[in-house]
Design a binder for this molecule. Structure first.
Ligand SMILES: *[C@@H]1O[C@H](CO)[C@@H](O)[C@H](O)[C@H]1NC(C)=O
Ligand SMILES: *[C@@H]1O[C@H](CO)[C@@H](O)[C@H](O)[C@H]1NC(C)=O
Ligand SMILES: *[C@@H]1O[C@H](CO)[C@@H](O)[C@H](O)[C@H]1NC(C)=O
Length: 419
């Protein structure tokens, strides 16, 4: 006798419809419970921020401490950050504490240094952070035990700051990406499409309102780009700068006032391929629009280290530019390797920097010119190390992108822009 498996059974309890119904009901109920748990455990959490100013009594303030690019600033900031982190990780707030970041070092009238610090905690929604504040304050009072050779004033007051204030603290400082501000600790730079705010210093330089080249915001009025972008179009009135990941619906559009090309830019060899572009007016920094940090001239860029290139350039050689910002992870390649006969055979000159991946495939391409090649430092601040300059086609093996090496032009940038 043939009976299809789905035929109704005589047994009331084995009726497959009822079994099916019960299974579905159980699955639905479980899903709701899991959903609620996830909601309360994860989505009910947010980042809470506190600000405090610590007095460092035994460090003499000097100008080096005013720029996050200097080793002095980096090492003092790291000392303070790790001292705060150690104290909080040894306390009963170890599960809530996420990170401490020195946003500014400034002089204390009588010679010492004041460090403005933003501390990030995980806290639950609905909790206004009031009780947490008291606990943080009490714990930080005991910080002297972890202060090593820093003499710090323990009588610190802390203030709970809003997300908006936090954004202000970070965006006034160069090189901060959103992972410093949001709950997510590690920003995963996956895929190839950027999200709004991921690369807040990226600029589209538009010729008669059409994307032509990339640029990088280094202050509220100055953009760095490549000289070759302006070779045939040096009239600033033809140019505008747009901000935001879309070139067709940007978040901000500003006219260009001045374009300064390097005097010794050489078309044939691509030497000194750098330009400084001044905006017609100063812009206001926001979470999604602010400046990158510039490295010191002495900063060493290590072959093999990771860097990111971003832009609206074409995604195939000879293709057209795209309207949504893309990102690519590349590796710094030593000039010796890049200059070898199998690669660029002597065309890589001083003041140039190569980056790509050995097998090819990820590279800057037409339309990315002038845009940023950036690296993250130990304090998770981002520095401009290269400006997209030239290459043989795009993404070919042994033909990496060649960039203007920003450290080689640090003095030129300072002279032209004051930054
Ligand atoms: C500067 O440091 C001194 C201690 O050397 C301290 O008494 C004073 O309050 C500090 N000033 C400020 C503005 O914090
Ligand atoms: C800090 O050190 C003092 C003296 O050594 C000690 O009495 C105190 O308990 C320590 N505090 C913490 C939090 O370890
Ligand atoms: C690359 O090779 C050329 C020719 O040998 C040389 O002039 C140039 O200085 C080299 N570039 C670097 C960065 O060493």
């Amino acid at each position: 006798l043939f009976r299809p498996a789905w035929a109704p059974s005589n047994s009331r309890f084995l009726n497959p419809y009822i079994v099916c119904f019960i299974t579905v009901a159980v699955v639905v109920i479980l899903a709701v419970i899991v959903g609620l748990l996830i909601h309360f455990l994860a989505f009910n959490q947010k980042a809470c921020f506190y600000h405090s100013s610590f007095q460092i009594l035994n460090v003499e303030y000097n100008d080096q401490l005013s720029s996050p690019a200097t080793q002095e600033c980096r090492s003092l900031s790291e000392k303070i950050e790790s001292m705060i982190a150690k104290t909080l990780r040894e306390s009963n707030l170890r599960n809530q504490f996420m990170r401490a970041h020195v946003v500014k070092l400034r002089p204390n009238g009588s010679g010492g240094v004041i460090a403005d610090v933003v501390m990030k905690f995980r806290c639950t929604r609905g909790n206004n952070g009031g009780s947490m504040k008291g606990r943080v304050q009490a714990i930080l009072q005991q910080m002297q035990n972890n202060s090593g050779n820093l003499e710090i004033n323990p009588s610190t007051g802390i203030t709970s700051i809003t997300d908006h204030d936090t954004e202000n603290f970070f965006t006034q400082e160069c090189g901060a990406r959103p992972d410093l501000i949001t709950l997510s600790e590690e920003r995963i730079i996956g895929g190839t499409l950027a999200e709004e705010g991921d690369w807040p210093w990226q600029v589209s330089l538009q010729l008669n309102n059409v994307h032509h080249c990339g640029g990088t915001l280094i202050s509220n009025t100055w953009i760095l780009s490549a000289a070759h972008c302006f070779r045939s179009y040096s009239n600033p009135q033809q140019w505008t700068a747009t901000f935001g990941i879309s070139t067709t619906s940007p978040i901000l559009k500003v006219r260009v006032r001045t374009i300064l090309l390097h005097n010794n830019y050489k078309t044939a060899t691509h030497e000194n391929d750098i330009a400084a572009v001044q905006l017609e007016r100063a812009i206001t920094f926001t979470r999604n629009i602010h400046s990158v940090c510039l490295p010191e001239a002495t900063h060493n860029i290590i072959p093999g280290s990771t860097a990111y290139v971003t832009g609206w350039g074409s995604i195939t050689y000879g293709g057209s530019t795209v309207t949504d910002l893309r990102q690519g992870q590349v590796t710094i390649i030593s000039s010796n390797v890049c200059n070898a006969s199998t690669n660029y055979n002597g065309a890589v000159l001083s003041g140039m920097l190569c980056a790509g991946i050995p097998a090819g495939g990820v590279d800057a391409c037409q339309g990315d010119s002038g845009g940023p090649l950036v690296q993250e430092d130990s304090r998770r601040l981002w520095f401009l190390v290269g400006i997209v300059s030239w290459g043989y086609q795009c993404g070919l093996p042994d033909k990496p992108g060649v960039y203007t090496q920003v450290t080689a032009y640090r003095d030129w940038i300072k002279e032209q822009t004051g930054v």
